[in-house]
Design a protein. Structure first.
Length: 314
């Protein structure tokens, strides 16, 4: 593995690796999944690709790993909708059925010569380093590296995404859950969890560290975008405030000549292309002011979030 940057979504890169037709075939398989699972697979693939970049993986491995991630839940197309889309907690029996999506996906890939190279993603992505995963209960040395990467991406996306049956969990809370899952655990009395190696956690610590970098990048990018928008809002507020100054003078004068002059002053600062006029611009101004307050508050939260991410350790 080496320190190469690779954007899986860049069509020039795909074309240079002659993957256009084969990638279309593999990714078209997702069309048979329900909307939520398909979106989940796409998100996991995106995170996986970026994890590979921060883990200094080669271009070839990054492509391979990303396609594995796209296909990791392909077996769920054969899980009954009553289980797959259930909004409440699964029963033990239903959970056992849900777990079969790994072997189903593996068998699907192995039966299709074009999907066969990517079977590891479907089969191993729920294995845990300490042996508590499924379907085989493998330990660290027996779990393919690509599956270890996909597991972290899958776990992060599943926890942080908005689900039908739970509220959105914040990024920091999600990352703390992953930190916890990377630590050794001691089974409590009565726990069904089977741990074969109590010295390590479920997921790879180095991959979790790479995830911190991915999420920090996203947070800092969002900060920069929101700062740009705030600057735009400030300019709009300044423009409409000028219009408001003329409007107040327009209302406070009885002289028709001055009234016409101040009205022209108001209109000079309005943008008809935005639907602004002398009757509604104050509402627009108030909306911008409220938007600035709300977005400034969110921006401060993002700054705080970025600071917290930088302090995370695993």
């Amino acid at each position: 593995m080496n320190n190469e940057k690779f954007d899986f979504y860049d069509r020039t890169s795909l074309k240079s690796y002659n993957l256009d037709s084969s990638a279309r075939y593999q990714l078209a398989c997702l069309d048979s999944l329900d909307n939520y699972t398909r979106k989940h697979c796409e998100n996991v693939a995106t995170i996986t690709c970026r994890l590979c970049e921060h883990l200094h993986c080669s271009k070839g491995f990054t492509i391979y790993c990303t396609i594995c991630a796209y296909l990791h839940d392909i077996g769920k197309m054969f899980i009954p909708p009553s289980i797959l889309q259930k909004t409440s907690k699964l029963t033990d029996e239903e959970y056992e059925i849900m777990k079969t999506h790994t072997t189903i996906g593996y068998n699907m890939c192995m039966k299709d010569v074009k999907l066969r190279p990517y079977a590891a993603g479907a089969y191993y992505h729920h294995e845990a380093l300490n042996g508590s995963g499924y379907p085989q209960g493998l330990i660290a040395k027996d779990i393919p590296y690509e599956a270890q990467i996909i597991r972290v991406a899958d776990e992060f996306e599943a926890i942080s995404a908005k689900r039908q049956y739970k509220t959105h969990i914040g990024i920091i809370d999600t990352l703390n859950i992953l930190i916890e899952n990377s630590q050794p655990i001691t089974p409590k009395e009565g726990m069904k969890l089977i741990i074969k190696d109590a010295k390590i956690g479920k997921i790879n610590k180095s991959i979790v560290r790479a995830l911190f970098k991915v999420i920090l990048e996203d947070t800092e990018y969002e900060i920069s975008v929101r700062m740009e928008y705030l600057e735009f809002v400030k300019k709009e507020i300044a423009r409409l405030t000028k219009a408001e100054e003329y409007y107040k003078k327009y209302l406070n004068t009885q002289n028709q000549g001055k009234k016409d002059y101040f009205k022209q002053g108001v209109e000079m600062y309005l943008r008809s292309s935005n639907g602004e006029n002398i009757d509604n611009f104050e509402n627009v101004l108030n909306e911008y002011k409220q938007s600035y307050i709300d977005r400034k508050e969110h921006l401060n939260k993002l700054y705080d979030e970025a600071k917290q991410i930088k302090k995370l350790r695993v």
